[in-house]
Design a protein around this ligand. Structure first.
Ligand code: F3S
Length: 754
C-alpha cells in the first residue's frame, strides 16, 4: 500500500486535542497553518505559544519525500547516521536525471543506461532502509506525492523546494536540504523558525482564460521573489473553494518562487473529490470526521487582518491571465501587455518553444485545458508556429491522458511527449534547435525561469504561464499574442480566433495505470548490500567534515564577492552537473561558477591572492585549500534563493570556505550552511558590502565567543594595510552553534547515536 492509513489515523486522533490546547494557549482563533504546526510539535501537546518569525521550534513531520538528485547526498549522509531503518515513512522518486530529447521511450532507455549506477544505488539503499522507491519514468515527485501520499492536515518535508506543492491537499509541506531530511530519517526532530503568516483571500471565480496558475503569477508580482520569506501563505475565502485540488497544488507549488516557507489551503470538497478519485476513500472518510480542524477557524477568515501578518485579496473574477518573466518569476505582465514591454526591453517576440508540464502544471485538468486549445488548432487548421514539448506529471496521468485521447491531440500538433519527469524544467533538455548566441524566447508552464534554467543558454528568455496560455502562445508563435482579443490566420488564409479553454477537473472514467513504477522495500533489509564502486565518478561515500578551528578563522582570504542575484543555481549549477550529485569532490568543480564576480562582472573568474592570477572559482579555492587557508564568500540579498540542494553548502565547505557573509539569505540555504558546520552571516550594516575589496584578508576576532544573539566582529584588512572592523549578524541558536563546533549537524547526530 502506498499511503500509511494508520499513521494518518494517529495524526487525526491527536489533532483535535492538540489544536484545542493550542487555541487555549495562544488565546485566539487559529489559522490552518497554526493548527498543523501546533499539532506536529516534537514534544507532543502544545505547552507554550510561539512567536512568529522568532522562535525556533522542533517539529515531528509525518513523511519525507526525496528526488533522485538530492536523495543521493541525503542517503549518503543517512548511511553515516548508524540506523537500520528510516524513522518516518520516506519515498525516493527518480525524476531529475532523465534528459528530454527524442521522446519518452528513447529518453527513458537512455537515462537507464547513463544513470543506472545512481538508480541502482538509490533502489538498494531504499530497499535496505525501508524507503519506498519510485522508478525512473514513474513521475515527478510532487505529482506522485499529491496523488499518493499528501493528506489534509499532515506535515511533510522533502528534499526539493517544490515539496510545497502538497499544500494543494491541505498539508504543511516544506522543502528542506538533505541534511534536514537526514535528521528526521534518523528519528531526530526537525527544527524550523516558527513562520509568519500571510493570508490570501480569494473571492470570485476563475473564468475564461484565467487559470489557477494566474493566481500565483499575480501573487508573485505583488510579493516578489523575497516577499514570502519566512512565511506560510494560507489561501482562503469563497474563491479558494472554487479551485480544483490540483489547481491549488499549482498555486502552492510556486509559493517557492516567492520564497515562502510553504503555502496551504483548508480542506474542502475539491480535496475530498481528489482523494476519492485517487483511491484514497479512507483518508477522505477520516478527514471528514475532523473537518473543522483541517481548516482555519471561521473568525480568522472573517477578520483576517487581525490574525495574519499580512493579507492580500484577489478577486478571481477580475484576474487576468499573466506571463511572468524573463529571468525571474516575479516579473508579472498581464497577457496582452507583453508586446510593448518586449519591444522596450528587446526581448524576442518570436516564440520557439512551448513546454507544458513539470510538477507545477501537469495534472489531468491542466492537460485537458491545454488539449482543448491544441484541438482547436487542428479543427481551425492552424499550424503551430513553435515547437511543443509535454512532460506528464506521473505515469498515472500519462496513462489516463493517453486512454482519454489527450496525448494524441498534442501529437497531432507535432508535440514531443517527453518522459514523466522534470526534463527541461531542470535543464535536462537536449534542445533540438540549439540557439547559441542568438537571443530566443520560450514559454512554459513550469515554475522557474532563471537564466540558463531550461536549456543552459543565457540567451534564452523564458516566460511562465498556464498550460492553456502556453498552448495558445506556442500556436501563435508570438509573445505578444492575446488569445482573448487577437485572431490568427490559418493555413487557408482565414482569420480565426481561439475559443476559451475547457477543462475537466478529474477523469470521468477515473484514473488508470498499468505499472505505476513503485517498488515496495523489503520488510527486513539488513541483508541488502549497498554498492558504491571505488572508482565511481558519480558516487562517493562521505568522510565527516573536520570542525573549523578558531585559529583557521584568522587570515582568511576572499574567494568571491558575488554581485547581484546569486541563487543555488549560481552556486551549484544543475544541468550537466546533476551527474555528480552523489560525488562531493567531483561536483565541487561547479562551486560558484555561475556567480558574478563583483570586481569584473565575470563569472568563474576570480583573483587568487596567493599569486595574483585569475582563475576559475573551484581552481582558485582548491589552491587556498592546498595551502591550508580558509576563505570567505561575500554576497548580496536573498543569497542562495531557489533550490533546497545542500550541495550549494557542502561544496564550499568541502573546498575549504568557512564563512558566507551576505546582505540577506534565502531560508533553506542559510540552514544548509549551518548544517554543514560553517558560518552563514549577514552584514549588520548592509553598506559594509561596499567596503569589501578584492585583496582583503579577514580576521574573525571574537569567534571564540560565538554565541546566540551576539553579532560577530570581523576585521577586514585591505591590501594597503588599512582596516575596517565590521559586525556580522547571525541566527544560530545553541544547538546550531554545536553543529558548527562539531563540524556538522551529522557529526553531532553520530555522536549522540554512539
Ligand atoms: Fe522537477 Fe521542475 Fe518540479 S525540476 S520537481 S519539475 S520544479
Amino acid at each position: 500500500m502506498a499511503f500509511d492509513i494508520d499513521m494518518i489515523k494517529k495524526v487525526y486522533s491527536q489533532m483535535a486535542e492538540r489544536v484545542d490546547k493550542a487555541r487555549e494557549i495562544v488565546g485566539k482563533p487559529l489559522t490552518l497553518s497554526e493548527k498543523i504546526l501546533y499539532s506536529h510539535l516534537w514534544d507532543g501537546k502544545p505547552s507554550e505559544a510561539f512567536e512568529r518569525g522568532k522562535d525556533y521550534v522542533e517539529f515531528s513531520p509525518d513523511r519525507i519525500a526525496c528526488q533522485d538528485a538530492t536523495a543521493q547526498m541525503a542517503l549518503l549522509q543517512f548511511m553515516q547516521a548508524g540506523k537500520d531503518k528510516v524513522a518516518v515513512p520516506t519515498t525516493v522518486h527518480c525524476d531529475h536525471l532523465i534528459q528530454a530529447k527524442q521522446g519518452a521511450a528513447k529518453d527513458l532507455q537512455s537515462a537507464n543506461q547513463t544513470s543506472h549506477e545512481v538508480f541502482d544505488f538509490l533502489e538498494s539503499v531504499s530497499n535496505k532502509y525501508g524507503i519506498g522507491f519510485w522508478k525512473p519514468g514513474a513521475g515527478i515527485i510532487h505529482q506522485v506525492v499529491l496523488e499518493n501520499y499528501a493528506f489534509p492536515g499532515g506535515m511533510m518535508i522533502g528534499t526539493d523546494s517544490h515539496t510545497v506543492n502538497a499544500g494543494g491537499l491541505g498539508m504543511v509541506a516544506i522543502g528542506v536540504g538533505g541534511a534536514d531530511a537526514v535528521d528526521v530519517m534518523a528519528g531526530m526532530p526537525w527544527e524550523l523558525k516558527f513562520p509568519k503568516l500571510i493570508g490570501v483571500k480569494l473571492t470570485g471565480e476563475l473564468n475564461g482564460w484565467t487559470a489557477s496558475k494566474d493566481v500565483i503569477l499575480k501573487v508573485a508580482g505583488i510579493l516578489t521573489v523575497k516577499g514570502g520569506t519566512g512565511a506560510i501563505v494560507e489561501y482562503f475565502g469563497p474563491g479558494a473553494k472554487n479551485l480544483s485540488c490540483t489547481g491549488k497544488g499549482t498555486i502552492c507549488n510556486m509559493g517557492a518562487e516567492i520564497g515562502a516557507t510553504t503555502s496551504t489551503f483548508g480542506y474542502d470538497d475539491s480535496m475530498e473529490r481528489f482523494l476519492r478519485a485517487t483511491d484514497r476513500e479512507e483518508i477522505a472518510d477520516e478527514a471528514n470526521k475532523i473537518r473543522e480542524y483541517l481548516t482555519g477557524d471561521d473568525e480568522v477568515y472573517a477578520n483576517p487582518e487581525q490574525y495574519f501578518d499580512e493579507v492580500i485579496e484577489i478577486n478571481l473574477s477580475e484576474l487576468r491571465p499573466h506571463l511572468n518573466g524573463p529571468f525571474t518569476p516575479d516579473l508579472a505582465t498581464p497577457v496582452g501587455q507583453l508586446g510593448e514591454k518586449a519591444q522596450k526591453n528587446d526581448w524576442p517576440i518570436k516564440v520557439d518553444w512551448g513546454l507544458i508540464g513539470s510538477c507545477t502544471n501537469s495534472s489531468y485538468e491542466d492537460l485537458t485545458r491545454a488539449a482543448s486549445i491544441a484541438q482547436q488548432a487542428i479543427d481551425k487548421k492552424l499550424k503551430p508556429k513553435s515547437d511543443f514539448g509535454i512532460n506528464p506529471g506521473s505515469e498515472q496521468i500519462r496513462f489516463t491522458a493517453e486512454r482519454d485521447g489527450l496525448l494524441n491531440v498534442f501529437e497531432d500538433l507535432g508535440a514531443t511527449i517527453f518522459t514523466n519527469a522534470c526534463g527541461p524544467c531542470i535543464g535536462q533538455w537536449d534542445r533540438s534547435d540549439r540557439k547559441g548566441e542568438e537571443k530566443n524566447t520560450i514559454v512554459h508552464s513550469f515554475n522557474r525561469n532563471f537564466s540558463k534554467r531550461a536549456d543552459g543558454n543565457p540567451n534564452t528568455h523564458a516566460f511562465v504561464g498556464s498550460p492553456e496560455m502556453v498552448a495558445a502562445i506556442a500556436i501563435s508563435g508570438r509573445l505578444d499574442f492575446d488569445p482573448m482579443n487577437d485572431t490568427l490566420v490559418n493555413e487557408e488564409g482565414q482569420e480565426v480566433k481561439l475559443d476559451e479553454p475547457r477543462g475537466i477537473e478529474l477523469p470521468p472514467e477515473g484514473f488508470e495505470v498499468e505499472e505505476n513504477g513503485y517498488v515496495e522495500p523489503m520488510k527486513d533489509g539488513s541483508g541488502v548490500e549497498v554498492k558504491v564502486a571505488k572508482d565511481s565518478e558519480r558516487l562517493q561515500l562521505l568522510t565527516p567534515f573536520e570542525p573549523i578551528k578558531d585559529s583557521e578563522m584568522q587570515g582568511m582570504k576572499l574567494l568571491i564577492k558575488a554581485y547581484g542575484k546569486c541563487t543555488t543555481d549560481h552556486i551549484s549549477m544543475a544541468g550537466p552537473w546533476l551527474r555528480y550529485r552523489g560525488h562531493l569532490d567531483n561536483i565541487s568543480n561547479n562551486c560558484l561558477i555561475g556567480a558574478v564576480n563583483a570586481y569584473n562582472k565575470k563569472t568563474n573568474f576570480v583573483k587568487n591572492q596567493l599569486d595574483g592570477e585569475y582563475g576559475g572559482v573551484p581552481d582558485v579555492q582548491r589552491e587556498y585549500k592546498a595551502n591550508g587557508i580558509k576563505t570567505i564568500v561575500v554576497g548580496d540579498h536573498n543569497y542562495g534563493e531557489g533550490s533546497s540542494r545542500e550541495h550549494a553548502a557542502m561544496e564550499p565547505r568541502h573546498l575549504g570556505v568557512a564563512a558566507v557573509l551576505v546582505k540577506s539569505f534565502a531560508r533553506i540555504h542559510e540552514t544548509n550552511l549551518k548544517k554543514q558546520g560553517m558560518l552563514g552571516l549577514t552584514f549588520a550594516n548592509e553598506a559594509d558590502y561596499d567596503l569589501i575589496q578584492e585583496d582583503d584578508t579577514f580576521n574573525f576576532v571574537d569567534i571564540a565567543d560565538f554565541a546566540t544573539n551576539k553579532p560577530l566582529t570581523i576585521e577586514v584588512v585591505h591590501k594597503d594595510g588599512s582596516k575596517d572592523t565590521i559586525k556580522a549578524n547571525h541566527t544560530y541558536n545553541d544547538a546550531q552553534i554545536r553543529w558548527y563546533r562539531e563540524g556538522s549537524a551529522l557529526n553531532l547526530i553520530k555522536k549522540q547515536n554512539a
